[in-house]
Design a protein around this ligand. Structure first.
Ligand code: 7TS
Length: 419
């Protein structure tokens, strides 16, 4: 495991050596993986944790009295404690494992939404990923509650003033993205939480992009619920986290019913298991949760402050280099210090899908499209963008490769090479 002294820059060469996929080639070129906002690559320790689980302790958890079941249960529950420590939760009982951020947010929309009445207001931002929009739209259809949106300011950021304009005495729920998967901007969550509390609203944060990149502490943020996904922070796919304050989770009805979430079941009715099991019906994703523990070890060994500093520095460098390209528009805050790890852009008049396809011929992986944020695309006035997103194993040379790849794409479309 690579260890880094707090404050020292990440040793990306040593880190990269631990990610087998980073040594493969794509179209005969070294892979330059810049699609980390979609999902990150996995270190050998995470891959080994999966194999080790299936090779040595595979069993169903919470129900067996045999050794394998006890070992698997302990390993799974240990990761719950690790996750609790990672976000500063008061207790491991506040951590619910789901499939992904999307399921965590749907759980909240389903359970909290059932309490809303016509005219109640749910406040989102115009920058939400569809997973923090569509579930609330379904709630409005069922209840007559209405959606209100925090708009971007002139610098394409969510700020305290735009939030103040949307939150009022009718607000029951505020559910906002912490770090936008398009703009890379970080919302002032602590201040917005205070506004929500002042009107008695529940405060939810979509931390799918922030938890991987910056230290996230639920106490500092002052929120009620937080959702994120393991696969965007070195962990396996198929594991999501919902953190909620214990007294609030205890007060919610279950989302899914079935095995392991009950206490007593009669033919007519049931009572619920204690937290967090009330929200984990059925056999969970045991192997992937356990491997997520190895991902958290990896992040903790580096230190989230060091990860944040690395991502910010690289993003700063990338914004600087990309802004020098003629005909390249970058979306999001103008000051690179206001963003992290994600840069959405359009180049010349080349469609972002063509940009991504041409870059792929040089081994460079970026995403193109609407990034599951269609209302934001409309606000920005574009149908789609290309997007480069970075993580702890990316290096400046890969940003340089991206710039070269874009110049190549420009040439193919008849533009003169030249910066
Ligand atoms: N919220 C944000 C801010 C996201 O960026 C994503 C995924 C989600 C929620 C949903 O996460 P999931 O794990 O449930 O899928 N964002 C992206 C992306 O930007 N490209 O691919 C997935």
């Amino acid at each position: 495991m690579t260890t880094t002294k707090a404050g020292a820059p990440l040793d990306t060469a040593a880190i990269r050596a631990q990610f087998p996929i980073l040594s493969r080639e794509v179209h005969g070129q070294p892979l330059v993986y810049l699609d980390n906002a979609a999902t990150t690559q996995k270190p050998q320790s995470v891959i080994d944790a999966l194999t080790n689980y299936y090779s040595t302790m595979n069993a169903n958890i919470h129900r067996g009295l045999h050794t394998l079941a006890e070992e698997a249960t302990a390993a799974y529950e240990d990761v719950r404690k690790q996750v609790a420590a990672f976000v500063g939760a008061a207790s491991h009982r506040e951590i619910v494992f789901t499939r992904n951020t999307t399921e965590s947010l749907n759980l909240l929309a389903y359970t909290l939404g059932a309490r809303l009445r016509p005219g109640d207001e749910i406040v989102l931002t115009t920058a939400e990923h569809h997973s923090n929009l569509v579930p609330w739209q379904l709630v409005t259809q069922r209840t007559g509650a209405v959606l209100r949106f925090i708009e971007l300011n002139d610098d394409q950021q969510i700020d305290v003033d735009t939030a103040r304009a949307a939150i009022n005495a009718n607000t029951r729920i505020v559910s906002i993205v912490h770090m936008s998967n398009v703009l890379g901007s970080i919302a002032p969550v602590a201040e917005i939480s205070e506004m929500a509390r002042a009107v008695g609203a529940t405060m939810i944060v979509d931390a799918a992009q922030s938890a991987p990149h910056i230290p996230v502490d639920v106490n500092d943020l002052g929120v009620d619920y937080l959702a994120f996904s393991a696969h965007k922070m070195l962990g396996p796919t198929g594991v999501g986290v919902l953190w909620g304050r214990q007294e609030l989770l205890a007060d919610l009805d279950p989302f899914l019913g079935g095995g392991e979430m009950i206490s007593v079941v009669t033919r007519e009715e049931s009572s619920w298991a204690a937290l967090p099991h009330k929200f984990e019906a059925g056999t969970p994703n045991i192997a992937d949760v356990i491997a997520f523990g190895a991902a958290l070890d990896f992040l903790n060994d580096l230190g989230m402050d060091a990860v944040a500093a690395h991502d910010a520095e690289l993003t700063h460098y990338a914004v600087e280099r990309l802004s020098r390209l003629e005909g390249l528009d970058i979306y999001g805050p103008s000051d690179p210090a206001e963003r992290s790890a994600v840069i959405a852009f359009n180049y010349r008049d080349i469609h972002s899908h063509d940009v991504a396809t041409i870059l792929d011929r040089s081994g460079i992986a970026v995403r193109a499209g609407h990034h599951c944020a269609q209302p934001l695309m409309r606000t920005l006035g574009v149908p789609a963008t290309a997007r480069a997103s970075f993580y702890l194993y990316n290096e400046r040379s890969e940003v340089d490769a991206l710039v070269d790849g874009l110049l190549d794409a420009g040439e193919r479309f008849g533009f003169e090479r030249g910066v």
